[in-house]
Design a binder for this molecule. Sequence first.
Ligand code: TRP
Length: 339
Amino acid sequence: MNKLSKILASILFFSLLGIGGYIVGSHQANGNKQATPKAEKKHYTIGILQYISHPSLDQIKQGVVDGLAKEGFKDGENVSITFLNGQGDQSKLQMMSQQLIGEKPDVLIPIATPAAKAMANETKTIPIVAGAISDPVGSGLVTSLTHPSGNITGVKNEAPIADQITLLKKLLPDAKKIGVIYSANEENSKSYVKAITEKGTKAGYDIKSYAIQSSNDLAQTVQVMNQEADVIYVPQDNGIASAFQTLMNEANKAKKPVFVSVDNMVKEGGLATVGQDQYQLGIRTAKLAAKVLKEKDKTTLPFDVVSTGNVIVNEKKAKELGITIPEAIKKEATVVGGE
Ligand code: TRP
């Protein structure tokens, strides 16, 4: 035999072995489907898509990466994580979703509702574990929280709106008109506005909502609200979170209290809220993603719902506005003083 035919013969020999092995293997697999665990995969690919930059989503993303590492999925070791940020741009979100899917990931982790919806549009098969979704059903991402449809599960961070209204009432006993500002293109905000309108109306408030098309409208809209509302209420809106200083600048000019929905916004000059630990939301998202990776075929896992929060108040802002924080609130609250 010459060299070439030797090589060809060995290729033929080994491929026959391979086929034989395959037949035996698949026969065994069929024989005891339940008992045979799937082989432990050595390397994983994960795609993270963050909707936009703002302090809360940045913390959630960090929580996801740290949480995955704690669960044994370490970037650069047994995992390759590709991280993309859509910068609030719908067409970028679509392109980036396609790019991440092109890497054949084991799990996709979108952060915030618009990123999750963009990914959900692009794949019905790759598992999606969505991070920090205010209202997965109301925003049209899934049809049920307990048995999510198709390939999607995640963490629902349901704002404790009733507790927020109770706190608002204690801090601003004279307020009657609440103006709620939100981004027209965020499904998460629309359902938040609906919820606060229902609960606020029940609590005796006059609620009016103000939609902005983009952050370019923000300053002007706040000026109108300064005229019409006793207090400006900011839901968990990504667009506004990323331009929060613009909102504060205008509200400050009219000494208008800004009641918020996220701890970070209190640190940036909002008056108060009952808020959730954003980093922990990321950790919990990672836990769910790790489950999906370890157990496979588990995207029908129910959503993990985070619905309670902690009181946080900005004492410096309260002083500027002439508001005295009741001692009882101070006792239970985290008190900050930033702008
Ligand atoms: N819950 C938001 C969504 O569904 C995302 C989010 C989490 C958020 N934390 C936030 C938005 C803080 C604004 C501020 O998209």
